[in-house]
Design a protein around this ligand. Sequence first.
Ligand SMILES: O=C(O)CCC(=O)C(=O)O
Ligand SMILES: [Fe+2]
Length: 183
Amino acid sequence: MQKQLAFLEDSPPKGFKYFPDFISVAEEKKLLAFLQSLDWKNIHMHGVIAKRKVVHFGMDYYYDSRTFSPTTPAPKELQFLIKRAAKALKVAPQSIKEILISYYPVGAPIGWHRDAPMFESVFGVSLENSCTMKFRSDSGNYKTELEPRSGYIIEGEARWKWQHHIPAVKTERYSITMRTMKD
Ligand SMILES: O=C(O)CCC(=O)C(=O)O
Ligand SMILES: [Fe+2]
């Protein structure tokens, strides 16, 4: 019994895949320099301003109304990453319609959620520092470390049956998440 519980706790949700060293140190350095040039926006949710800041390409997402509309296409600096993520997701690069760049200052979390229902698969890349990502569902809990330069896929059960969350980060971190749209 004990063993089975431990197994449940430790096995990743189906549809979550992790890719250590998805980008090189040089690519990370270039991306981080590019991110400094962006026009970072606050997230207003239910009258509160979140600690993390974001930049959207492809689709703008309005957190309060949960609606979206087309915005600036992804710049050239992100094209290699979109191509690589699309390959890992086994979709065409044009299928990646939303690119969300997030900055987590020390102490910034992202609360428990499922990504908005208009999106399908998610590919995330972590930059600068590690964080913990937690998953929960009726079938259990799972916790993993997202290292700098790693990538992850959230699709299938991990996407629709599980929620995920990043506890307040201990060291600042950036992520670039790329999403396909649901049909
Ligand atoms: O920062 C990340 O890697 C994940 C962010 C996330 O879950 C989201 O934007 O929906
Ligand atoms: Fe998410």
